[in-house]
Design a protein around this ligand. Structure first.
Ligand code: ADP
Ligand code: ZN
Length: 722
């Protein structure tokens, strides 16, 4: 490229690409991360190929000089192409995608040593309520002042005061200290013949290099993890990096120790709640190649690996791989694209693959590898339906007699049970029995959910919380509030009443909110200290408890309600996954599914253990509805704090809709969550033929319109729920 001029992708979505002059003393190349002047400010940008990033030409004389180059490896072309593809496919600004690569300016700039603080054990000369609160909250913590302030819920000023008094002491953290090195042959397992065949195919693909997408389709407990570990080993041996994406980062603890057993060192972890020093250390090691294996949440997909050799997406069907704000991307799909640009294998592992993934395998785009049976001869559990229209639970109860009997039998035999209900808290709705008042979130069109363990009413959409009042806020009547419907906490209460001797654990994102808590829970469950686990979808994944022989699904119909395009598939996946927790050891497992619709195709398929029947029926539904993988959906979401402004903007988009034979536009209509975080939301839905240039249509359409400042217009390609 001409050395005197550089085109930058700016790290600010409000800015288009800008050209700068390159001073002689600066050595830059495509992908260099640089600092540029913008008015009086300094901003970050990435040097881009001008032909990939068109903009209006700027006369030579008006160019301002770049200020410097950030001391990190240049962003490689493979990743630059991924940024372009992601922005293009998801109709998002390139800058927003690139910011996920940079992860936060803090990951790049600054010294190699950072200072964190921890309690020294000393006490302040003068104790205040705030200081007391801070000291209690920071027990065992070590982080920067800003992070500690967030943890303790006090101002940074309060903590600075504690530093001055020696109550908090500084600790120097070297963000460039190396991670322990993994060895590909630390502990080699004996694989079954099925596993060996799959492992060899995967390892061969890693050694052969080149793009190779795999669907690893194996029943729960078949050893999918064990098998893809062989591919990880092959990459380690070749000196290349590996990315393993997991859906639920809180549960990685078990995975990390398993990994460490196999490879002799724990992998590098990446997720959104890393502390800033951890984030910088991981980012830099990923960029310079010191991080050999990264286990992360979806955002790890955009990191600047020096030499990626393999990507694994475990539990690839999980909906948490779909990001629902900012850049609305699906990590499963982006993983395949990243592998494509990097020319490496990618493995999508699941016992219940997404219909789209199966379709890709069946049409030959992905290579399907199958593990048909559980490892070590463990059998899949028996599944039985409990028809709630006939077997009725007692008043104010949700566990029907057949499930009660099985629970009792397990407790007697000293075996474990798991009850699944995908609803956090105690009750989804609280109302006044005197006047009918219902507790609603002030910021969202949603009911407040009672959480009895933490004594609060909470909105699951915006995080708003209040204490449950003693009297009705509407009519003032005391003791008149009633809980409607069950959440896991209420089911746990019911179990405690039915089986007073049982030790019951509630497992949700409220109770298992850190890797430490997850590890504690796993240790207790494995050690036989828990008789009945009551949990949300958190318990459907990953756990392997040999003594667990009974799984009860409290309400299999729950997920089938509501306007969700993939409701049936989701229900199938959740129930099949949770059923897969039963009978993983030597004792056979049993699954009871409570339902009011035993005849519904998805429920019948679950009862019959007939996965193919379900997928065939669902495939026909999708084909009929023009839904993925046969047609495409997109949503345009318009929001504003001002309801009229949102409505007008949505109407204007609706009025300028293009009339095309292969794209149908529905709406605008109020979005399912018509008010979310104080913003009124309207929505248009697009249903398109497979062949339609959906993204280009949307870009041209929206690009021709301008909106008032307060209006946000977001595009969701392949939305999960409407
Ligand atoms: P999946 O990922 O398919 O659910 P896992 O890889 O977690 O299955 O395996 C299920 C259980 O069986 C785990 O406890 C695992 O350690 C064990 N296992 C699987 N394959 C082997 C093997 N070849 N040797 C020893 N244990 C195995
Ligand atoms: Zn809310």
């Amino acid at each position: 490229m001409p050395a005197t001029r550089a085109r930058l992708l700016m790290m600010n979505a409000a800015l288009g690409p800008l050209d700068y002059r390159v001073p002689d003393e600066l050595a830059i190349e495509h992908g260099s991360v640089v600092i540029a002047p913008l008015g009086p400010r300094q901003v970050m940008g990435i040097v881009w190929e001008a032909e990939h990033l068109p903009t209006d030409p700027v006369p030579e004389a008006k160019l301002r000089p770049l200020l410097g180059v950030v001391d990190v490896p240049p962003i490689r072309p493979e990743l630059r192409r991924l940024i372009e593809w992601t922005a293009d496919y998801y109709v998002a600004p390139m800058a927003s995608v690139a910011r996920m690569v940079i992860a936060s300016g803090g990951a790049l700039r600054g010294p190699a040593t950072m200072t964190e603080y921890r309690l020294s054990g000393g006490m302040p000369e003068r104790m205040t309520a705030q200081r007391e609160r801070a000291i209690a909250a920071l027990e065992g913590e070590q982080a920067t002042i800003r992070e500690l302030a967030g943890l303790a819920g006090v101002s940074e000023g309060v903590l600075r005061g504690l530093v001055n008094q020696g109550v908090l002491e500084p600790v120097a953290v070297d963000v460039d200290r190396p991670f322990p090195q993994a060895r590909h042959d630390h502990h080699l397992p004996d694989l079954s013949a099925d596993q060996r065949a799959v492992a060899d195919r995967l390892a061969g693909a890693v050694e052969g290099r080149g793009f190779a997408p795999f669907l690893l389709d194996g029943v729960t407990g078949s050893g999918k993890t064990e098998t893809y570990f062989e591919a990880v080993g092959a990459a380690l041996k070749a000196g290349r990096q590996v990315l393993v994406l997991l859906p639920e980062i809180a549960l990685t603890e078990a995975f990390l120790s398993r990994f460490e057993e196999r490879f002799g060192a724990a992998p590098v972890v990446w997720h959104s709640s890393l502390r800033s020093t951890q984030r910088r250390r991981a980012w830099r090691a990923i960029a310079d190649g010191g991080a050999q294996v990264v286990v992360g949440a979806r955002s790890a997909l955009f990191l600047p690996y020096r030499s990626l050799g393999l990507i694994v997406v475990d539990e690839a069907h999980e909906i948490s791989f779909k990001q629902d704000d900012g850049v609305r991307y699906n990590a499963r799909d982006v993983a395949v694209m990243r592998a494509h640009f990097e020319r490496i294998p990618v493995v999508l592992a699941s016992a219940t693959p997404a219909l789209e993934s199966l379709h890709m395998a069946d049409t030959g785009t992905y290579e399907k590898l199958v593990l048909p049976s559980r490892f070590g001869g463990a059998t899949l559990p028996d599944v039985r339906l409990v028809d709630l229209t006939e077997e009725k639970p007692g008043r104010g109860a949700w566990i029907a007699p057949p499930l009660v009997r099985e629970l009792e039998a397990r407790l007697e035999r000293g075996e474990q049970s798991l009850l699944f209900l995908n609803r956090r808290g105690y009750a989804p709705l609280t109302l006044c029995r005197n006047c009918g008042f219902r507790f609603q979130c002030p910021n969202c069109s949603a009911w407040l959910v009672e959480h009895r363990l933490s004594r609060r009413l909470a909105c699951h959409h915006c995080g708003h919380e209040t204490q449950p009042p003693a009297t009705c806020p509407e009519c003032g009547e005391p003791d008149c509030l009633v809980a409607c419907g069950p959440g896991v906490e209420r089911i746990a209460d019911e179990v405690a009443e039915l089986l007073p001797d049982a030790r019951v654990a509630v497992v949700t994102s409220d109770t298992i909110n850190s890797p430490e808590k997850a590890a504690q829970f796993v240790a207790m469950a494995e050690g036989g200290a828990i008789d009945v686990i009551v949990g949300t979808q958190l318990v459907t994944k990953g756990f392997h408890f040999p003594e667990l022989t009974l799984v009860g699904v409290i309400d299999a119909d729950l997920g089938l309600e509501g306007g969700d395009l993939r409701a049936a598939e989701r229900t199938y996946q959740q129930v099949a996954q949770v059923a897969g927790r039963a009978g993983r050891g030597e004792k056979p497992g049993e699954v009871l599914i409570q339902t009011r619709h035993p005849e519904a195709p998805v429920i019948a398929a679950l009862a019959a253990g007939d996965r193919d029947a379900f997928y065939e029926a669902e495939t026909e539904n999708r084909r009929h509805a023009g839904a993925p993988p046969f047609g495409r959906w997109a949503a345009i979401i318009v929001s504003s704090e001002d309801e009229a402004e949102a409505r007008e903007a949505a109407n204007r988009i609706g009025a300028t809709r293009p009339f095309l034979p292969d794209v149908e536009v529905l709406g605008p209509a109020p979005a399912p969550l018509a008010l979310l975080r104080n913003r009124y939301r309207y929505r248009l839905l697009l249903n398109a033929r497979r062949s339609a240039e959906l993204q280009r249509v949307i870009r041209d359409w929206l690009g021709a319109l301008t909106f008032p400042q307060g209006v946000r217009v977001g595009v969701d390609i392949d939305p999960y729920s409407f």
